[in-house]
Design a protein around this ligand. Structure first.
Ligand code: SF4
Length: 407
């Protein structure tokens, strides 16, 4: 029974399940992690390498840009190379402007992709718009593929925006300009989905997204969209930005929406440093789902922030080392020790919170802070199991963690 003090996540919003190359999005399936390459898709070697890296990092779907003939021609070759590597990750084609033409001219590309992303804001203008949109939908029907109707306020349907602004004016401005923009984003997605269904694409092959770059706008737009449709929803904050800002903004907005039961697949759009690691966005998406308790991907290492009671860096180094060990070993552990994803390890800096937090973990250590005896109690399954002493406390604890996992 829910009450005013019910802080648990809301039940997942009911949505129609969509099969994307064997990965189920919506219909109550676990929230899917996806990502996108930033290579030129015509560069087959570079794109295969990045798709493989993203998939190995945990991306369950990978989107690639299909912007011209050369990239469309490369898609089936990329698919083939991935299959030869034993990687069956579904590829999603990101189409803008000339998607209808590329899909028609490159049937092998249309076949190799597991889903087509259509942007209703740039699929065509005036009389051509509906015709070109219909052509992509017809290709999806012919090749038995789902589509994502992906609205983005950076490329919003200007005709629809103008119409809704005119209506707002005629009605005496009941809505603010921001509210009209939000309504346009939502209507663009819903009207496009309606049109796709009229053309003959079944509901279980349509996913919607409505991306904006402001946290409050994103929450509002998805709340509106989820209340007015049962299509599976792809969540993402667009142009989230670089570094911590992108991570914080994406986590805040997507976290709030998922807490309300909204969202069937997520992409964290981070701007990488030049030459930076693209897989970071996958790691952040997984960690967001894991810290919120929605999915488990990798053992969690709880560590305190440290303070004036920790004059050495031993505990930070140990926490980092355990985390690195886990990441390195996970591909093997996952196969060998089913359920290892749910493991919780605590590495704490002193006696203040160390024993308590360690007892809440499967295995935890409380390292000695300043003024404490040079001894580190270890807790296993909530009970004090032993005390480590001597110069190799960190190494001994690493061994204990490995032993615990093996057991
Ligand atoms: Fe500081 Fe100890 Fe708290 Fe860590 S557990 S932050 S070392 S008081």
């Amino acid at each position: 029974m829910s009450s005013a003090f019910d802080f648990d996540p809301q039940p997942r919003r009911a949505s129609v399940a969509v099969d994307v190359g064997g990965v189920i999005v919506g219909g109550g399936a676990p929230v899917v992690v996806q990502s996108m390459t930033n290579t030129d898709t015509a560069d087959i070697d570079g794109t295969v390498a990045q798709v493989a890296a993203l998939h190995k990092a945990g991306s369950e779907l990978v989107r690639i840009t299909v912007d011209r003939d050369e990239s469309a021609a490369a898609v089936p070759k990329i698919r083939e190379r991935l299959e030869r590597l034993g990687l069956d990750v579904p590829l999603v084609g990101d189409f803008h402007y000339i998607g209808h033409k590329l899909l028609a001219d490159h049937p092998a590309c249309a076949e190799a992709l597991a889903k087509y992303r259509i942007n209703p804001g740039n699929v065509g203008f005036k009389d051509k718009k509906d015709k070109q949109f219909a052509e992509i939908v017809e290709m999806a029907i012919r090749y038995d593929k789902p589509v994502r109707i992906g609205v983005n306020w950076g490329s919003l349907d200007q005709e629809l925006l103008t119409r809704l602004m005119d209506e707002n004016k005629a009605n005496g401005f009941p809505l603010t300009a921001q509210e009209v923009t939000r309504e346009t984003i939502v209507q663009s997605a819903l009207l496009s989905a309606e049109l796709a269904e009229e053309i003959g694409l079944p509901r279980n092959r349509i996913i919607l997204s409505a991306k904006v770059s402001g946290v409050q706008d994103l929450i509002a737009v998805y709340a509106m969209l989820s209340a007015r449709s049962d299509h599976a929803l792809h969540l993402g904050l667009t142009e989230a930005g670089m570094g911590t800002k992108g991570i914080v903004a994406s986590s805040a907005s997507l976290g709030i929406l998922m807490q309300q039961g909204i969202g069937d697949t997520i992409r964290i759009s981070l701007t990488p440093e030049p030459g930076g690691d693209r897989t970071r966005e996958v790691q952040v998406a997984q960690e967001l789902l894991q810290v919120m308790g929605f999915r488990q991907f990798i053992p969690v290492v709880a560590a305190c922030p440290g303070c004036g009671r920790t004059t050495s860096t031993v505990f930070q180094e140990l926490a980092q080392k355990i985390q690195d060990d886990i990441r390195r070993n996970m591909p093997v552990w996952r196969e060998k020790y089913p359920g290892v994803e749910g493991l919780k390890v605590a590495v704490m800096g002193c006696i203040v919170n160390g024993p308590g937090e360690s007892k809440h973990a499967d295995i935890g250590i409380s390292l000695p802070g300043t003024g404490e005896m040079p001894a580190a109690p270890v807790f296993i399954d909530g009970e004090k199991a032993m005390t480590l002493r001597g110069p190799n406390i960190a190494g001994d604890f690493e061994t204990l963690v490995s032993d615990y996992i093996e057991k």
